[in-house]
Design a protein around this ligand. Structure first.
Ligand SMILES: [Zn+2]
Length: 84
């Protein structure tokens, strides 16, 4: 049995999927500028950006220093590209 609207909906979904691209932004800094220890991944953020070329799903990696005696302890580093 053929659903008259079914095929059309499937094509629309396929087209939308083609136009959606994903990328991961990570901070350029990987070592703490205060203590030199490797930064840990504190969190992941998500953002969807729509451009003329289609939709981008961005995963933002957020880093922080986890050395308790470091002046930069829990200082958040976000991807530098964000917001441009
Ligand atoms: Zn540190």
């Amino acid at each position: 049995m053929i659903n008259p609207g079914g095929e059309r909906a499937w094509l629309d979904e396929l087209r939308a999927r083609e136009q959606t691209q994903t990328t991961t932004l990570t901070p350029l800094i990987v070592h703490c500028e205060h203590c030199g220890q490797p930064l840990s991944v504190a969190n992941h953020g998500h953002r969807t950006v729509t451009t003329l070329a289609g939709m981008w799903k961005l995963t933002l990696v957020i880093r922080q220093c986890i050395q308790p005696d470091c002046p930069g302890f829990h200082q958040i580093h976000r991807p530098e590209e964000e917001g441009r």
